[in-house]
Design a binder for this molecule. Structure first.
Ligand SMILES: [Zn+2]
Length: 266
């Protein structure tokens, strides 16, 4: 059970039938590894910490720049030139000292991914390049860790939960294929982006992560549905959202390797 001060803090969650006391305990016991503390990661972190996710691991190799402040809501003028992971860790410590938070000022790669995500309830990927995204996805599949993946390109947002470690479930690599493995294939880091729109996608990514946490704890109700492989395409110009189903790609080597129990189709 949660102590009285935590019950009070999360009263608006606990009163929701879809969360309840058991759901709030699940959130308190969860460990989310956040890849990227930028435009998606910053608002996602605010809502994950706000939700009382008990353990947070923050991974980012970048430093705060003035141009980040337009959308990376946890940083202030005083954080400019500070490592993002460490500044984000300080934000969590100020916001809720009861949460456990660890910062890694490093770039996630194929080589270090397994160690960085070990033990996570889920990984939330808000990174800004395909090399990192694919390394995150492969490591999640191999370690049997669910993945919340969120991205924004100008006014299009993409958000999905992946369980590539489960039989016949798509992983992120099933979605994008092998074409983007090149280290130099960054997405839209140099494009413009509306701060409020990327914040919307980041907040929704936090809600998607909460779905996974509740589902893993077998909390009943419609919120505890991760909606694996359902990609939400979010239009920020003419506001609308539509879902497409990402199919498991039988040729995806990483899914094959990690799912030895997967039923082979003839
Ligand atoms: Zn795959």
């Amino acid at each position: 059970m949660l102590p009285p001060d935590r019950l009070a803090r999360f009263a608006r969650h606990i009163v929701l039938p879809e969360v309840g006391g058991a759901g709030q305990v699940a959130l308190a016991r969860a460990h989310v590894v956040l890849i990227g503390c930028g435009g998606i990661g910053a608002p996602a972190l605010q809502y994950l910490a706000g939700a009382g996710v008990g353990r947070l691991t923050l991974i980012d190799d970048d430093v705060v720049e003035a141009s980040n402040l337009q959308r990376q809501t946890i940083f202030t003028q005083a954080d400019i030139a500070a490592p993002k992971a460490e500044a984000a860790r300080r934000w969590v410590a100020r916001f809720d000292p009861a949460l456990g938070v660890t910062a890694h000022q490093t770039r996630l790669t194929q080589a270090n991914a397994a160690a960085l995500i070990a033990g996570a309830t889920l990984v939330l990927d808000g990174s800004d390049n395909f090399a990192t995204r694919l390394a995150v996805s492969d490591a999640c599949v191999a370690a049997h860790i669910p993945l919340t993946s969120a991205a924004v390109g100008r006014f299009q947002g993409q958000l999905a939960n992946f369980a590539g470690h489960l039989p016949d479930h798509a992983c992120y690599r099933c979605f994008v294929g092998e074409a983007f493995d090149a280290e130099d294939c960054d997405t839209c880091a140099d494009d413009g982006v509306l701060g409020a729109f990327v914040g919307l996608v980041g907040a929704m990514a936090a809600a998607h992560a909460i779905r996974i946490i509740l589902a893993a704890a077998h909390i009943p109700g419609a919120l505890a549905q991760p909606q694996w492989g359902q990609l939400q395409l979010i239009d920020g110009l003419a506001p609308a959202m539509r879902a497409i189903t990402i199919a498991h790609d039988p040729a995806c080597p990483h899914t094959h390797l990690a799912s030895p129990t997967r039923r082979e189709t003839p």
